[in-house]
Design a protein around this ligand. Structure first.
Ligand code: SAM
Ligand code: SF4
Length: 469
């Protein structure tokens, strides 16, 4: 079923013709976007191509408004969990590349429990499970065992309620196993939609097969996984081409399965062991990156957008206003990294490290969360949709109906309240209370508002927890 819906010439023509869209044409598209209408792929190409500061200013403004209208000021929090760095692939940008010589490992179930315990002590409820590709040393059965172990664990008040999985493209049969293991989103970055650039960056291993990788979500959908998350690794190719490819991929999924991407991740290439970042001529600067985030927000208003600790705190703040709806906090990109960092804090001894890439925001989860509140965001630990079966087109129709505010806002407030009671000190709890009180009146549905008030009260009194609507 390897149909290639990425037509290079078609995308190049769109981007070439977009150069000739006049100012009035771009303004018309922006007016449309401002009125909440969907832009077609030609219009998106024109937005990507424009260098006019007035248009770019409007792109930022409209993206900000869409973000506010659909997501309010909620930001979903998650953490990555690396379980294995064995890898048979030769990705030119990754420190886990098979030709790199270092002591590889995967977590034993005991080590995994240790990592999860630390993540639960940070208050995390949602993880992205990450692994290199290795059918023998990191088989699907191993991944399934990890998922089961994590879901079965509960440490004090902590529990992981949703595990998103970011593992290599695999077979329909394996996707069926992941579906049965009750994963959240299946995440896979296409890295680049430019086949020539893809081939250069992936010279060896199964990932080398562009079409196998590109058709992974079709296999996942066939296996019943209707919650998939795409992404581009910015820096491998022309970013505008890649955004067009990503949106055509989304269109393909929408047409065929009635649901596009649940999330889009926007990682940017960062330094890693065994690669030289200067060998990559297509690195994307901050300004272009912000413009791209804003254009994706305009193009697919209802798709969550994920940013990781690859980006520093200042840029993250700006991108949160423009469209990002999920961020990682307190992240570690190393196998066993959470336990190692914690033991180093206690013993002051530095061990040998081999992260997948170097993170740019090294602050702890609680300081990132605290800063989000200071900046008037509502950090959310909600996992309700997934637990209630609101995935795929059910989630999309909820989002498009405008009802999302009556669901996500109360859930964000209740989970934040729980987090503050479990992990915060008095100052943090005061800060959290203030934002909760301020936001409760914004829940439009009276019954749900009332339920939220009662649940928050119960959480504060220790009379109940894990409430959601
Ligand atoms: N091994 C699987 C794969 O490659 O699809 C699963 C996920 S891999 C652990 C997660 C992602 O890390 C990759 O898809 C890639 O985009 C990203 N990555 C690898 N090296 C990176 C780097 N130097 N900078 C930023 N992101 C990187
Ligand atoms: Fe392996 Fe994934 Fe790294 Fe490629 S990006 S080397 S597949 S871990």
């Amino acid at each position: 079923m390897n149909t290639n819906f990425i037509n290079r010439e078609y995308i190049e023509d769109l981007l070439e013709n977009a150069k000739y869209t006049d100012d009035a044409g771009i303004s018309r598209s922006l007016d449309k976007a401002e009125q909440g209408k969907t832009l077609d792929i030609k219009e998106i190409a024109s937005l990507l191509r424009t260098g006019n500061p007035l248009h770019i200013g409007r792109i930022f403004e409209i993206a900000g408004k869409i973000k506010k209208r659909i997501y309010g000021n909620r930001i979903v929090i998650f953490a990555p969990l690396y379980v294995s760095n064995y890898c048979v692939n030769g990705c030119a940008y990754c420190s886990f590349n098979r030709s790199h010589n270092f002591n590889r490992s995967k977590l034993t179930m005991e080590q995994l429990r240790e990592e999860v315990k630390i993540l639960e002590m940070m208050g995390h409820k949602r993880l992205a499970l990450e692994a290199g590709e290795h059918d023998e040393l990191c088989s699907i059965d191993y991944i399934l065992e990890c998922i089961k172990t994590i879901y079965d664990m509960k440490f004090e008040n902590g529990e992981i309620r949703r595990i998103n999985v970011n593992i290599a493209a695999t077979s329909t049969e394996n996707y069926r196993k992941l579906k049965n293991a009750k994963i959240g989103t299946y995440i896979l970055f296409q890295e680049t939609y430019n086949e020539a650039a893809y081939n250069r960056a992936h010279p060896a291993g199964p990932k080398k097969d562009f079409l196998w990788h590109l058709s992974a979500f079709d296999r996942a959908q066939e296996a019943g996984i209707d919650d998939v998350g795409g992404g581009i690794l910015f820096g491998l190719s022309d970013p505008y081409f890649d955004v067009m490819g990503l949106l055509l991929h989304n269109e393909h999924l929408e047409k065929k399965y009635n649901t596009g991407f649940h999330t889009i991740s926007v990682p940017r290439l960062c330094p890693a062991l065994g690669m030289n970042i200067n060998d990559f001529p297509n690195l994307v600067d901050d300004e272009t990156f912000a413009k791209i985030v804003a254009i994706i927000r305009i193009a697919v208003p209802f798709t969550g957008m994920i940013l990781s600790t690859r980006e520093n705190s200042q840029l993250r703040k700006k991108l949160l206003q423009l469209g990002i709806s999920q961020i990682s906090a307190g992240s570690n990109t190393e196998v066993g990294g959470y336990a190692q960092a914690s033991s180093e804090r206690h013993t002051h001894k530095q061990n040998e490290h081999h992260p997948q890439f170097i993170v740019n925001d090294e602050r702890s989860a609680v300081s990132i969360i605290s800063e989000l509140i200071d900046d008037n965001f509502i950090p959310s630990f909600c996992t309700a949709c997934y637990r209630d079966g609101r995935t795929g087109d059910r989630f999309m129709s909820l989002a498009k109906s405008g009802e999302i505010g009556n669901v996500c806002l109360p859930n964000a407030l209740m989970t934040l309240c729980e987090y503050s009671m479990d992990y915060g000190n008095d100052i943090f709890r005061e800060k959290t209370s203030a934002i909760i009180e301020k936001e409760i009146p914004n829940i439009a549905n009276e019954k749900i508002r009332q339920k939220t008030i009662e649940s928050v009260e119960k959480i504060r009194l220790g009379a109940g927890r894990d409430f959601y609507v």
